[in-house]
Design a protein around this ligand. Structure first.
Ligand SMILES: *[C@@H]1O[C@H](CO)[C@@H](O)[C@H](O)[C@H]1NC(C)=O
Length: 547
């Protein structure tokens, strides 16, 4: 049914009716299905085009923003496939268009309370248009179906590290409440991550082509969060890193569809790349990569190698390229990209922690407070997959403005007791103790600075207490956790309903009940358990801290 109205009539009735545009993001169950909006018991068809899909819209002259409405999916005969059970309403009656709403999801834009800054940050608390905490974006990827299937059916990295997996091309569209981003050139997709590659649900890396960057992010990652039934732990950790004014990637939730089919609910994060350094560290003062300092990405390896920062020789070749990877060349030569960081490790190797003026000394080499704040968070959240415990998941950047190294933490999914490792649920002097005792596995930036130097230890304890008192309490974090829970619960349920059994790999079989439970209590699955709920862990850690 189409409603035609003469514009003259519209003018006459404008005091009662204002033309309203309805916009809904919808992926029909079948190609011939369509969407419609129901206003005062009347149905109005919505339209999409190849260019605007999956956004369905209609300008309805006789509609008014004072009327409630709901969306429906219809079959090709006009029959109702699904009618939203809830009535939608305009919050602001002056509006003449809806936001881009998502079919059958009640919340479009929430009001997630911010966490206060423990330390002042000059950066905007929320990342950008794309990284908005108050809403869930929608991503539609359109790769060649056979190529995509081949990619996700073979998620493991080749055993030969010199063999590079070819990325596949895809169309990319991102839509949130107020924005549509449609990549002009195809994006390049790869499976990403380490441990998560063993799962049915995979993390993905998306690279934009040429000038076609996604709100100044040339690469984004869709992190699967398979270890965390709440999918909130990593998001909350990012908030804490922001609150202590340490730079890290921003993240926000997205639902992902591939060729019109449900693919999953993800945490979208940006990659640590020159645009990140430019905006989040140099505040736009430096934009050209060749003017930036050197950047290294640190990882650990299945062979047991760890990025301990222990000196291992004076040549680049002495360092495993997957453990210490140069990402931005900075002042190094192409032949010796590790040189500048090797110098730093040499300073660390030669450092005698009994020497006086440790804080002055380290301040001239390192953003010491930033590092100590990052370590305080690793300890508070029980993060076993980062520098302190594992020698993993961080970057070191030589800041050319301050002329010191900066620690940049990343990858926060196995936190707040997730993973249940030994040496985590202890006081800070015991944290990772048995790990650090292993021969050749000392993490000297912890042991020499925090354990062995009295002044730095005192500084660390002061920072730890400041963070714990200001934000690491259930009272401060609970409203944000609850707001995230309300924002994402429907999408988490949707993710857990997707059948991925055709995929190789594991599936812990989380359910929506585990989602709710793991916020407050332990959860247990075959082969995996999380010993404390998020809030339980916060209470426990905060309570144990005075000791
Ligand atoms: C340190 O050097 C040894 C011997 O050359 C090498 O096998 C090992 O991979 C190196 N460690 C790291 C972390 O690069």
């Amino acid at each position: 049914m189409r409603i035609y109205l003469l514009s003259g009539l519209l003018a006459l009735t404008s005091s009662v009716y204002a033309e309203v545009t309805y916009n809904v993001i919808g992926f029909p169950d079948s190609k011939t299905n369509t969407f419609a909006v129901e206003i005062n018991k009347k149905l109005y068809p919505l339209e999409t085009t190849e260019k605007t899909f999956p956004l369905w819209s209609a300008k309805i002259p006789e509609a008014s923003s004072s009327s409630g409405y709901r969306y429906l999916q219809l079959n090709d005969k006009g029959g109702v496939v699904l009618r939203e059970k809830f009535l939608r309403a305009f919050k602001n009656r002056k509006l003449t268009a809806t936001a881009n709403e998502f079919f059958n999801r009640q919340v479009t834009v929430a009001d997630v309370p911010a966490i206060k800054q423990v330390y002042p940050s000059t950066l905007p608390p929320e990342g950008s248009v794309a990284f908005d905490n108050n809403q869930i974006g929608t991503i539609h990827l359109t790769p060649d179906p056979a190529e995509f299937k081949k990619m996700i059916d073979n998620p493991q990295k080749p055993t030969d590290p010199t063999v590079d997996v070819k990325a596949i091309k895809a169309g990319f569209k991102f839509i949130n409440a107020g924005n549509v981003y449609d990549a002009v050139e195809p994006v390049k997709i790869k499976v990403s991550g380490h441990g998560s590659r063993k799962f049915e649900k995979l993390s993905l890396r998306i690279k934009f082509d040429g000038d076609d960057t996604f709100y100044n992010r040339p690469i984004i990652k869709l992190r699967s969060q398979v270890f965390d039934p709440t999918m909130i732990r990593e998001r909350l950790y990012i908030d804490l890193v922001n609150s202590v004014a340490v730079p890290t990637y921003q993240g926000s939730y997205v639902r992902v569809f591939v060729n019109g089919k449900p693919h999953g609910f993800y945490l979208m994060v940006e990659d640590i790349e020159p645009p990140f350094l430019s905006t989040r560290i140099h505040h736009g003062r430096i934009t050209k990569e060749k003017e930036m300092g050197s950047l290294y990405q640190m990882g650990s390896h299945i062979t047991g190698l760890e990025a301990t920062m222990a000196w291992n020789g004076s040549k680049t070749a002495d360092y495993h390229p997957e453990i210490y990877e140069n990402k931005v060349l900075g002042q190094n030569t192409k032949e010796e990209p590790m040189a500048q960081f090797i110098d730093f490790m040499k300073v660390l190797r030669d450092y005698d922690p009994t020497k006086p003026d440790a804080i002055e000394f380290w301040n001239s080499h390192l953003d010491l407070d930033g590092f100590l704040r990052s370590m305080a968070l690793e300890f508070l959240t029980g993060h076993w997959d980062a520098y302190w415990w594992k020698g993993n998941n961080y970057f070191m950047y030589f800041n050319v403005e301050t002329k010191v190294w900066q620690f940049i933490p990343t990858d926060f999914d196995v936190t707040f007791s997730d993973g249940g490792r030994a040496d985590v649920d202890v006081d800070y002097k015991q944290f990772a103790a048995s790990r650090l005792r292993r021969k050749g596995k000392d993490h000297p930036l912890i042991t020499k600075l925090i354990y062995k130097n009295k002044d730095i230890a005192a500084r660390f304890e002061f920072i730890l207490k400041s963070i714990a008192n200001a934000v690491f309490t259930d009272k401060v974090l609970e409203p944000r956790i609850t707001a995230f829970k309300e924002l994402i619960k429907e999408d988490v349920a949707w993710d857990y309903s997707i059948d991925r059994s055709a995929q190789p790999g594991k599936n812990y079989g989380w359910t929506i009940s585990d989602f709710f439970t793991s916020i407050d209590k332990p959860v247990k699955k075959t082969g995996y358990s999380i010993n404390f709920g998020i809030r339980q862990w916060i209470n426990k850690r905060a309570g144990a801290l005075p000791k």
